[in-house]
Design a protein around this ligand. Sequence first.
Ligand code: SF4
Length: 343
Amino acid sequence: MILQWYSLNKRDLPWRRTSDPYKIWLSEVMLQQTQVETVIPYYEKWINHYPTIKSVALENIDNLLKIWEGLGYYSRCRNFHEAIKDIFYNHKGVIPKQIEDFKSLKGVGVYISGAVMSIAFDQTHIAVDGNQSRIIARVLGVKNQTSRNLKRINNYLTKLVKEGNPSEINQALMDMGSNICKSNKVICVDCPFHFSCKAFQSGHPLSYPKKILPKTIPTKTIAAALVSHGDNIFITKRPLKGLLGGLWELPNIELVNGEIPEDLLKIKLADQFGLTIKVGHKLGMINHTFTHFKMNVLLYNCQAKDQPLSKNTEKWVSFSDLNQYAFSKANHKLFKLVELRND
Ligand code: SF4
């Protein structure tokens, strides 16, 4: 039934027009925490620039991050690059077909390994993400997401993929999760499971599984500096490890104890970058939300006395050259603020 549903309702997606495991893997990495519609242009741009494993392995991370810019969760890009280099240099450029070997690569976890091995090689593996787990929880009438229930869901899926064609079954479940069995909307009459689905039979399918209330997240206040000298502004690169690793940004500092932003920026920029600055007026404020915290960023117009550079993670660039570097969405919001002020 599910395969029949898939043959009639399969979405036409660019990574479904290939059997190249490298491209299928890339799509799964990009799709983690990200909507299909958002991923499509990024996937196409990446494949145009980097059609092969070799082309990624030999590329600089800065250029890869530039392609990834705006897609978020940048550790995915860095880990993918590391894994691809590992394959190119240590596996003769061939993606391992053994799931345990594949899983040992950087950034490849249980979901990615199951998805790639099943879709690219039609191996009997499950690929349980939020969508699959929700669908099967409904089919089984599971309300609470206990470890026992998660095991029941995994067992059900394992049985399903063992019936044959794991590649299509996993992709069918992905499509069902985004089309007919969404978290806030179901179209049960179109669903291949509706004859047996316990949630449908209950008359309240949306109450399965029980929703976990989102945690409240803290808000940080950050002061950022648009430091100019002549026609250039100062930018700095974040360390490769950690949040937004490898992206460029305007220098900034968190205000944790009610400090005066102007004073703190002067100290930070002198200590960290050897910059002597005069802090001018506030250009405005932007808000941005990450998974674990929100931030309000206050942007200050600053003038530097000169253009010192102490490391290769610091640059003076003209405003028109900023597009050559990869910045986070929050930094793009700050640039927008500056553009609006200059209009
Ligand atoms: S019958 Fe309805 S609730 Fe059950 S799996 Fe299908 S779409 Fe989801």
